[in-house]
Design a protein around this ligand. Structure first.
Ligand code: SF4
Length: 273
């Protein structure tokens, strides 16, 4: 059985990789509203490849090689994704593009993320000039679908000050701030690479050795402040967020975004240092 074009062997499938080989007719014979919702449901374990009558036996076999269904505990994420995909279809891309800091052209909404353009079509399919990073997809669609929106305020607040942040604070500390602090302690030059690779901005006026602003999305500015260890004083690393982040993204998506960023930085450190 050969691989499907463009599909990496041995890699865990994403919903979009399944979507690419579906008929894309949104005929609903699988009892879901769209092919994209079906793809997310297959990953989430609520649907089987056999539930789409238009998938060829060859395609099913090729997909099955890399298909890892998520456990029940992860299924809410697949459900969340399926809901987002349904909501994207109802968005007025043309009307919302400027407010969200994006560009609209040919029924595609383009949004800049960390210096790269990401393009979202009417079905919620995300494409990019670079490899589409799976952890960007859900927060990006969530950013576009979020019911409220605020422009950048330039007032920085901590994670716990954001609505819902107190509940997620422990997880945020252990998955985002602590691992990035360790990474920076071992690779102080990492931040220079981050500035270059992701169009970060070094900023002044903060009580830190390094203060760096990143834009995962146009109106989601994140400030990372790092204080290197000094004699017996331990290092410190804290994320701050423009006040608008709490309005523009649900706290869970903000956490997902930051945890994904840190994982990506760890990968860069593994490859470069
Ligand atoms: S049955 Fe297949 S082609 Fe029809 S909507 Fe579902 S996934 Fe798409």
């Amino acid at each position: 059985m050969g691989a499907i074009d463009g599909m990496e062997q041995g890699k865990v499938l994403t919903p979009l990789e399944i979507y690419k080989v579906l008929a894309k007719s949104n005929c609903k014979q699988c009892m879901l509203p769209s092919c994209l919702a079906f793809a997310a449901a297959v990953i989430g374990g609520q649907k089987n490849l056999d539930d789409c009558p238009f998938l060829s036996e060859d395609a099913k076999k090729a997909l099955s090689v890399n298909l890892v269904k998520r456990s029940t505990a992860e299924s809410p994420q697949a459900e969340f994704m399926a809901k987002l995909l349904t909501r994207v279809k109802k968005l007025d891309f043309a009307a919302m593009a400027t407010e969200r800091g994006g560009d609209y052209c040919n029924d595609v909404l383009s949004v800049r993320s960390l210096g790269k353009d990401f393009h979202v079509d009417r079905n919620g399919l995300v494409r990019s000039e670079c490899h589409v990073i799976p952890w960007v997809e859900a927060p990006l669609l969530s950013y576009l679908c979020h019911s409220s929106h605020q422009q950048i305020t330039q007032n920085w607040i901590s994670f716990r000050e954001i609505k819902g942040g107190i509940d997620w604070r422990g997880l945020f500390r252990s998955r985002c701030e602590t691992p990035l602090k360790k990474l920076a302690d071992n690779h102080p030059e990492l931040f220079a690479d981050i500035v270059d690779l992701f169009q970060g901005e070094e900023v002044e006026g903060f009580d830190a050795d390094i203060a760096l602003v990143l834009y995962p999305f146009p109106h989601i500015p994140i400030l990372i402040c790092y204080q290197a260890p000094d004699r017996e004083l331990d290092s410190e690393l804290t994320f701050f967020f423009d006040e608008c982040c709490g309005t523009n993204l649900h706290i869970k998506s903000l956490y997902t975004l930051c945890a994904g960023l840190v994982k990506m930085f760890e990968q860069i450190a593994r490859n470069h240092f």
